[in-house]
Design a protein. Structure first.
Length: 129
């Protein structure tokens, strides 16, 4: 039988700690996204220092992303509606009045057409009988 060797952060030498912190910060940049607070970095490093030799599972990635959403600063995240160019009148209406992206505007238009079409078919069926 092989025993699992658990490495503790305090048992590592300073060079290894520094190298691992560099790796952990690169992982953090890949997972965090824009607009996270400085406290998120500290919390992530604290989490990774608990098990420095362990790999992150996909479940843990989801938990880390959930933690990052809580620690995100909403004012630092750019508004996707303001970043898009609104050329068409429908796009401008969706952006200005409904605060939707171009994709969101066209999805709303699609569902509105579908709803009106189904309502017209239902009325035609009811009036025909």
């Amino acid at each position: 039988m092989s025993a699992v060797h658990i490495t503790h952060w305090e048992d590592l030498d300073p060079e290894t700690r520094e190298a691992l912190d560099t790796i952990f910060l690169a992982e953090f940049e890949a997972l965090a996204g824009p607009g996270v607070r400085e406290s998120a970095v500290e919390e992530y490093l604290r989490y990774r220092h608990e098990r420095p030799a362990a790999q992150i599972t996909t479940y843990e990635q989801g938990q880390i992303r959930r933690m990052m959403r809580r620690l995100r600063d909403p004012t630092a995240v750019p508004d996707p509606v303001e970043q898009e160019d609104h050329v068409d009148a429908v796009e401008r209406f969706g952006a200005n009045r409904l605060h939707l992206t171009n994709t969101g505007t066209y999805v709303v238009v699609l569902f509105a057409h579908l709803y009106v079409g189904l309502l017209a078919v239902l009325l035609w069926i009811l009036l025909r009988s």
